[in-house]
Design a protein around this ligand. Structure first.
Ligand SMILES: Nc1ncnc2c1ncn2[C@@H]1O[C@H](COP(=O)(O)OP(=O)(O)OP(=O)(O)O)[C@@H](O)[C@H]1O
Ligand SMILES: [Mg+2]
Length: 275
């Protein structure tokens, strides 16, 4: 709403109107989701035919058919034409089964990192808005999960586009203190990172959602730096790294979807942390 309207109808009227419009928009988004993803209004990943499973998992088609005939491993659904179809969760079950049966070829089937290998943290960043950061983060996450990696996607953007793409509508599905800000904040409401990680419809991908609350971290951090109150856990990216370390054994790769760096965070980053 532009300034002229706000001053001519008064601030409280404008606030009411903005809230009303936000509710209408939110309800419309919810209706769209209900009609796009019936019956539960939830996103669902498609299933995979035997040749696709074979390509993704390196398990030969003949082995997949044999396993299915002998009733070993996950039981695939059948399409109307009797072709077998597997969910991604079933593909991951097959990967784990094959890795257990053939320890010498474990990496061929299950590309989880080996002891001593570091958790990989990839930040998708660009100083330009609308330059496909979130789209890249999403497709990269999908790709890695399809390859069999355990991926944690973290939405660091208050716009929450990545969360929405994973089916979490910010104002409906993400409640107070349920974003990455909850794990990073400096006050007594800080939560363990595990509590804000949620499963997604995409097997192998967990998500820490974002929403407008993420902005609070950008405002609180310079304040903490200025007043030298940041305490244990560090500030900015060090703090993020430290909370990610709490769950590092459970993932192979973390993908961070970042917002445009704001003026506040850029100026704060140039400040020296307290000695
Ligand atoms: N390869 C592509 N071809 C066409 N359109 C694309 C492509 N990649 C992304 N887009 C579109 O460009 C728009 C911006 O993409 P996206 O939201 O990923 O950018 P962003 O850098 O995350 O934006 P923001 O700075 O707002 O976070 C979206 O509408 C997206 O669907
Ligand atoms: Mg984005």
């Amino acid at each position: 709403m532009n300034e002229t309207v706000v001053t001519s109808i008064g601030q409280s009227d404008a606030g009411d109107r903005i809230r009303r419009h936000a509710d209408i928009l939110s309800a419309q988004l919810q209706n769209m989701r209900a009609s796009m993803y019936p019956p539960e209004a939830k996103k669902k990943l498609r299933t995979f035919l035997t040749h696709e499973v074979s390509k993704l998992s390196s398990i030969p088609e003949s082995t997949l058919k044999l396993l299915s005939k002998e009733g070993r491993g996950p039981v695939p659904d059948r399409q109307e034409n009797n072709h077998r179809v597997y969910t991604l969760a079933q593909i991951n079950e097959l990967r784990a089964m094959m890795a257990e049966q053939r320890p010498s070829e474990v990496l061929r089937y299950l590309p989880h990192r080996r002891p001593g290998e570091h958790l990989q943290i990839l930040a998708i960043a660009n100083f330009k808005g609308g330059s496909a950061k979130t789209t890249t983060a999403l497709h990269l996450t999908h790709y890695l999960a399809l390859q069999g990696y355990r991926v944690l996607a973290v939405d660091l953007d208050p716009q929450a586009s990545l969360s929405a793409m994973f089916g979490a509508q910010p104002e409906i599905d993400i409640g107070p203190n349920e974003t990455i800000n909850a794990a990073l904040r400096y006050d007594e409401h800080r939560r363990p990172i595990r509590e804000v990680i949620r499963k997604t419809y995409f097997d192998g991908v967990d998500l820490i959602p974002g929403n407008l609350e993420v902005m609070e971290y950008e405002h609180d951090t310079p304040r903490m730096l200025a007043t030298r109150q940041s305490g244990a856990g560090g500030v900015f990216f060090e703090r993020l790294r430290n909370v990610l370390l709490e769950v590092e054994g459970e993932y192979d790769i973390v993908v961070l979807d970042t917002p445009l760096p704001s003026v506040i965070s850029r100026s704060a980053r140039s400040m020296q942390p307290p000695a």
